[in-house]
Write a protein that binds this ligand. Structure first.
Ligand SMILES: [Ca+2]
Length: 459
């Protein structure tokens, strides 16, 4: 008896261990849009929320400099070291070895000396030396890692990082950078560590990255991961919490979403309070690398994003279409388009577009109140097929009965079993019948599994 109890406990432990080990590597990835499942009625699809992998977005970036003639070397000019104004070199756009065009901000590094873009020197002083570097993708992108700008000159005394969400029509500041925030922007200096969950969207001015030539570091950050950490913990292990927040808080989601970035270089490093007018060739901007890591925003309806005619496009699933999978495909207007949802963890909700119902004919143009499938009911047996195994597939394990109705699993409802029952519950979807939430799972496991959910997780 003891042996059988031990064996069943052991079996439970093996199951539990495999769940624990499996969960962290699976739950946040959303790397599959659908899987084929087998039911009594045969094969069908189980749809899940999905998103592309995060990638190096600089491979796809386009750049625009303003003013356009701000790159050094045309005509050739001399520039000198900040530390030693007598150590000088040439910038000449006509000689490869001496040219510093903008694309050198995005080439693969790994060799010394680094390749870099460089501006003209501040020979027009006291007229400000200002440059706008606009990075654009013609695609909505979700940032997943810090933006990192590497300067080969001193880091600027004044700089603003801006973002656009509408392809450069309007701009919002992301972060201010200054050696003296109060003086430059009338803002109290802060670092991202001064923020909290409640103030994570605050736009701050930081003095952390403007120490110019005197500091060893050449790097300027915009801290994405530190902001994620307010929700996911310092090592970003609790991504479920972050995903939950992103799902329910549009402002937070939008904060990390961009179509364009603009680096506004407003004053070069001077290394001192005063500008040395005798040696204006010491003052310029030079950038060797910009890191932007993110994923195509596909509204949780695609895992692929490809470049076509130099434009990034989501490879949409779930009967959606558009560059961001932002609308339903033709003939799939059975209910209003909706983005997928990260919840419930780990698979999310696909919110697929449902087939239009042909018996209703073509919906009148501009008629936004065309009946949606969930309001149709199944009372009229003469109406067109409600479900079949090809187009109108019962979801979430539901089975199609006589083409007239879907027989749904206990936790689901809706004509095609597309809705979780607890959606109606004002308390949210905490205890779905037949489904077990992650917090529940952890609580259940704690007495016999005194270890945290750990494991490498890559956002
Ligand atoms: Ca470079």
């Amino acid at each position: 008896m003891y042996l059988s109890r031990f064996l069943s406990l052991h079996a439970l432990w093996v199951t539990v261990s495999s769940v624990i080990q499996h969960y962290p590597s699976v739950w946040g990835h959303y790397d599959v849009c659908k899987t084929q499942i087998y039911t009594d009625e045969g094969k069908t699809w189980d749809y899940t929320a999905c998103q592309p992998e995060a990638i190096d977005m600089m491979k796809y970036v386009k750049v625009n400099l303003d003013p356009p003639n701000i790159t050094c070397g045309n005509p050739p000019e001399t520039f000198c070291g900040m530390g030693n104004p007598y150590m000088c070199s040439e910038c000449d756009a006509t000689i490869d070895e001496l040219a510093h065009p903008p694309e050198l901000m995005f080439d693969a590094e790994g060799r010394h000396p680094y390749t870099f873009w460089q501006s003209t020197t501040w020979k027009g002083y006291p007229k400000p030396l200002q440059v706008n570097i606009t990075l654009y993708w013609n695609k909505t992108i979700e940032l997943t890692d810090n933006i990192v700008i590497t300067f080969e000159s001193g880091r600027p005394d004044l700089m603003i990082l801006e973002k656009s969400l509408d392809y450069g029509r309007t701009w919002q500041p992301y972060q201010y950078y200054a050696s003296d925030c109060l003086n430059a922007f009338n803002m109290e200096p802060k670092t991202v560590r001064d923020l909290s969950q409640q103030t994570v969207l605050e736009i701050i001015c930081t003095e952390e990255y403007s120490a110019g030539y005197t500091a060893n570091s050449k790097i300027v950050h915009f801290e994405i991961k530190d902001r994620f950490a307010f929700f996911a913990g310092p090592r970003l292990r609790n991504m479920a919490s972050l995903y939950g927040q992103l799902d329910t808080t549009k402002n937070l989601r939008d904060f990390f979403t961009i179509t364009d970035l603009r680096i506004r270089l407003l004053k070069p490093a001077t290394g001192d309070i005063y500008v040395d007018r005798q040696h204006l060739t010491r003052y310029f901007y030079a950038i060797s690398n910009i890191q932007v890591v993110g994923r195509c925003k596909c509204n949780l309806h695609a895992t692929g994003c490809r470049e076509e005619n130099k434009k990034l496009l989501c490879e949409c699933e779930h009967n959606t279409t558009g560059p961001d999978c932002g609308k339903c495909k033709k003939n799939y207007q059975g209910r209003p388009w909706s983005p997928g949802s990260y919840l419930p963890i780990p698979k999310g909700t696909a919110n697929i577009c449902l087939p239009s119902i042909s018996s209703f004919g073509t919906p009148p143009k501009f008629d936004r109140i065309w009946p949606n499938i969930s309001s149709l009911g199944v009372s009229n047996p003469n109406q067109a097929n409600v479900c079949d195994n090809e187009l109108q597939i019962c979801q979430n394990g539901g089975t199609c009965h006589n083409n007239a109705r879907c027989i749904c699993p206990p936790a689901y409802t809706g004509v095609l079993c597309e809705k979780r029952k607890c959606e109606k519950d004002p308390e949210g979807c905490i205890t779905g019948q037949g489904a077990i939430s992650l917090p529940q799972l952890i609580l259940l496991l704690l007495p016999i599994a005194p270890l945290g959910l750990s494991g490498g997780f890559v956002f």
